[in-house]
Design a protein around this ligand. Structure first.
Ligand SMILES: [Zn+2]
Length: 210
């Protein structure tokens, strides 16, 4: 069984190398013909290249582009069929461990045109133990929500690069260069900063009233 897996792996690697050679065929032809011509014709790099008919170049380029399109389409299709996981993110690993004991939604924050659930720890002793500010122990939930119908968004690769976030209910779509996780880290930083400002404003009011 292990031998079969190894053999399949080797076949897959060889197939990949052949596919990549086809993608690079126009460049390989250019340099091999150029090098051959340079050595055979006393330093004339372009003599053999010029002798190759235009239709050969066109065929090589069409094959190369077709394989590139096919490969990209395959990657996009695979990403469409990935199962989506739900998880919370914080840059602090200790807070991530504490989140296993439970969290609750503390705020819904719009960022970059979509809605993000900001979570707070159920266990408030962490702030006491580490002396960190309450807003610094917040987490963010992935996936984010659709701004129109508040359903979970799904992420997949976009054909032309980057990602496409889409809502399966209302078909809301957003193209982005960032995956959920990186966008979430930005959204969390912005949310923490906003919540800190709100808390400071409230404290000032209390002081004035006091
Ligand atoms: Zn929606």
């Amino acid at each position: 069984m292990v031998k079969l897996e190894k053999s399949l792996h080797i076949v897959e690697k060889i197939t990949q190398i052949i596919i990549n050679l086809f993608i690079l065929a126009p460049l390989i032809t250019f340099f091999l013909a150029g090098l051959g011509s340079y050595l055979a014709n006393g330093g004339d790099f372009f003599l053999w290249i010029a002798a190759i008919p235009v239709y050969v170049w066109i065929i090589l380029i069409i094959i190369s582009i077709s394989i590139l399109i096919f490969k990209r389409k395959q990657e996009v299709d695979i990403s469409k069929h990935d199962l989506q996981e739900r998880y919370s993110y914080s840059p602090d690993t200790e807070i991530l461990c504490q989140a296993e004991y439970g969290t609750y939604t503390a705020a819904n924050v719009p960022y970059d045109g979509i809605l993000w659930h900001i979570k707070a720890l159920n266990n408030p002793s962490l702030e006491m133990l580490r002396g960190i500010d309450k807003y610094d122990s917040l987490l963010i939930e992935i996936p984010p929500k659709c701004p129109v119908c508040k359903s979970d968004l799904f992420e997949r690769l976009s054909f032309w690069g980057g990602f496409l976030w889409e809502c399966k209910r209302c078909r809301f779509k957003k193209r982005t260069s960032l995956p959920f996780l990186i966008a979430a880290s930005h959204a969390l930083a912005v949310a923490k900063s906003k919540i800190r400002d709100d808390l400071e404003k409230k404290d000032k009011k209390h002081l004035k009233v006091g």
